[in-house]
Every structure is written in C-alpha cells, then in structure tokens.
Design a protein around this ligand. Structure first.
Ligand SMILES: Nc1ncnc2c1ncn2[C@@H]1O[C@H](COP(=O)(O)OP(=O)(O)O)[C@@H](O)[C@H]1O
Ligand SMILES: [Mg+2]
Length: 361
C-alpha cells in the first residue's frame, strides 16, 4: 500500500465520521455559553439582515489571531513586478490588479462547476469553491504572465457555513478550531518568509530548495466582514474587520517533474525537508512539491501553515507517511467524536498558537 492510498483511506474514514461530528449538533441551535462567531458586513450597520452565527464547541480564538491589517499592507505587490525567470521582463501592479479584478467579477457570474473558460486565466483548482455562494478558494494561473493567483472570497453567510465549500475545509474545520481556508490563507506569506529565511541560513538546503515569491492583493473597493467572537476561551469577546476578498499572488513554478508517492527517494526528500523546517510549518503531502525546470531544485509551492490548518498543538514528527496520516486520522476522530465539553473548554483556555513568523522557531 503506497502513502497516497493511506491518505485516501484516512480521508475516507474521516468522511464517514464527519456528519456525526460536525452536524450532530446544529450550528443554528446553540446555547448562550457555546463559542460562537457572529458575522456581518462591516459597512452594513446595526439594521443589516445579513447577520449570521456559527456556533460550535470547537471554535478557537486562533481564528482571529492570524489576521493583522499590516500583514496585507506589508506584503502587498510592488508597483513593478519582475518575472521570476527573466527579471528584465516586468509587469505593473496596475496590470495584475486589472486582471484579478476581472477574475473576481468573472468568477461571481459562474454558477456551476465544470469546464470553465476565463478571459485571462486558466483554472488550476476550484475544489474548495462554492459557485452558488461565490465563496471559497480558487487557484488559477495567468495566461500572459508567469504568476499563479490564489483567490479567497467569503461573505457573512458563507463564512457561517464552513461545510459548504467542499470536503477538505469541512474536514479540517473541527481539527483546526474552526479555521477556514480563508483564514489559513493568511499564513501562506509569513510562513513562506520564515521558511525562506531558514533555508537561506542552511548550507545544506540553500542550494537544493526553491520557493516562489508571494504577495497579497486586495481589491480597491473591498467590503469587509465584521466577525465577533463570544465565549472563545481566554478572549471573551473579540472582533475583527477583514477584507471579504483577497488574493495571494505567487510566481508560477515551471515544472520539470512532479514528485510522486511511488518514489521512495521523493518521499525521503520531502520528509527530510519538512523535518528540517519543523514547527509544523509544512504539509508533507507530495503534490505540494515539484522539481523546478531550469534549476532542478525541490520547490515547495504550498506554504500554508500546516499546524494552523490542522490545529496542531504539539510538533509532528514526520517519521513516515503511514504514521503521519494515521496520526492525523486519529486526531480527527478524537477532535470530532471523543472530546467532551470540559475538554473543549480546556482547549479554549489555551488557544492554538497563531505566531507563524520566524520568531516562532
Ligand atoms: N506557484 C505555483 N506554480 C505552479 N503551480 C502551482 C503554484 N501554486 C499552486 N500550483 C498548482 O495548484 C495546486 C494547488 O495549489 P496549493 O497551493 O497546493 O493549494 P492547496 O492549499 O489547495 O493544496 C498545486 O498542486 C499546483 O498544481
Ligand atoms: Mg496543496
């Protein structure tokens, strides 16, 4: 049995338990002491009818902890963006902005999954996107520039319905204390910067590893979600206003070879690298790694903070894929089915760490 089978079986087992663990208790029928998120449009005022509540015992303060307004402004696209492999060639931020604004409008008009044709982009992944509610994550590459766009969209209703955007976000909702792809997406850049610093300081890894550059983008006329949390552990009430649409723009990595679970050497290389980076920063899932054309380097394209998305409180050991997926499967079952009210309360008293910067180790 190869690791991809183990991963598939783990996901299947988890999926069997999912309805009981997530929907066993209706999100809209809550007690006043249950942790809850109340989500509305920040600009809509008190009388707005678009106020939605998500209540679940697993909700953790970490949901708020990943957002800081300066995170987006400090890592925004420069005015002129040189191409990764040909720095003489450049594209203006204004041009990329025009393309992404058009992409957002185009995506909103699509109401059905299928073969989707976009004006400036090619769809890479929309498995975690709900076209009915125009919410979730779509990943596209640009037709005329070497960049990949990871576009995150939410609204108060979609945010309060974590199971409406595909199986992965629903699975990880429980494990991560309510983290969505939307909130976890915010970790992609600070985590990448920390990984890059660690790689560059290592004489062993700096010539072996490539990482795409990444920037945040937010539309100029962007509505904000207002999210207020209640009964979420040590932080009795907390609220944030967060852009309802944002994107992560990455260098497109030209692929010489995709890594494979079938190759023992690929598995060893990925685990060795993920262990070196440590601190639960990287997901060792093999499709997240490729060999870059031209440099022959191992490239980590997915830098979402794995520990944040999985709600890990202890460092993972990454001693093999079988054990890794087994550990995650057990965690899901424990979080979903065998965590008592008291244990949930104890967890909330010690929120999941949200520091993904270099200083976190
Ligand atoms: N920078 C990139 N260059 C080339 N392909 C990419 C890049 N980023 C993502 N992709 C493609 O999109 C897929 C999904 O991206 P990823 O960041 O892994 O999303 P997710 O977090 O949903 O797994 C990747 O497996 C890869 O095929
Ligand atoms: Mg991935």
């Amino acid at each position: 049995m190869v690791p991809s089978h183990v991963r598939a079986i783990t996901l299947l087992v988890i999926a069997c338990f999912m309805p009981a663990s997530i929907w066993g208790r209706s999100c809209s029928r809550y007690h006043d002491d249950l942790p809850r998120l109340v989500i509305s449009w920040a600009d809509a005022g008190e009388s707005s009818t678009e106020v939605h509540t998500l209540a679940h015992p697993c909700l953790d303060w970490a949901i708020f902890g990943h957002y800081k307004a300066e995170l987006l402004s400090e890592n925004q696209l420069p005015e002129i963006v040189p191409y990764r492999n040909d720095p003489i060639k450049t594209v203006l931020r204004a041009e990329l902005s025009k393309i992404i604004n058009h992409l957002v409008d185009e995506i909103k008009t699509i109401k059905k999954r299928g073969s989707i044709t976009l004006r400036d982009c090619i769809m890479l992944k929309d498995r975690n996107f709900n076209y009915q509610t125009s919410s979730g994550l779509v990943i596209v590459k640009l037709k005329n520039h070497p960049f990949v766009i990871k576009l995150f969209m939410e609204n108060p209703h979609s945010f309060a319905h974590p199971c409406s955007k595909g199986m992965e976000p629903a699975l990880f909702f429980l494990m991560s204390g309510g983290m969505s792809r939307f909130m976890a997406g915010l970790t992609r850049i600070p985590n990448m910067l920390a990984i890059r610093t660690k790689v560059e300081a290592s004489p062993i890894w700096r010539d072996r590893i490539a990482l795409p550059r990444k920037w945040f983008w937010v539309p100029e006329k962007n509505r904000h979600l207002h999210m207020a949390g209640y009964n979420m552990g040590s932080y009795p009430v907390e609220s944030i206003d967060i852009p309802a649409v944002y994107a992560v723009i990455c260098d497109e990595i030209k692929i010489e070879r995709a890594l494979s679970y079938a190759s023992a050497q690929d598995r060893i290389d990925v685990l060795e690298f993920v262990r070196f980076i440590g601190n639960n920063r990287l997901d060792p899932n093999i499709p997240n790694y490729v060999i870059e054309k031209g440099t022959g380097k191992l490239c980590a394209i997915d830098t979402e903070h794995f520990g944040a998305f999985m709600g890990m409180r202890e460092p993972l050991e990454y001693n093999g894929f079988f054990r890794h997926y087994f550990t995650l499967g057990c965690k899901f079952i424990r979080d979903g089915l065998f965590t008592s009210k008291r244990q949930h309360a104890e967890k909330r008293a010690h929120p999941i760490n949200t520091d993904v910067s270099l200083s976190a180790g």
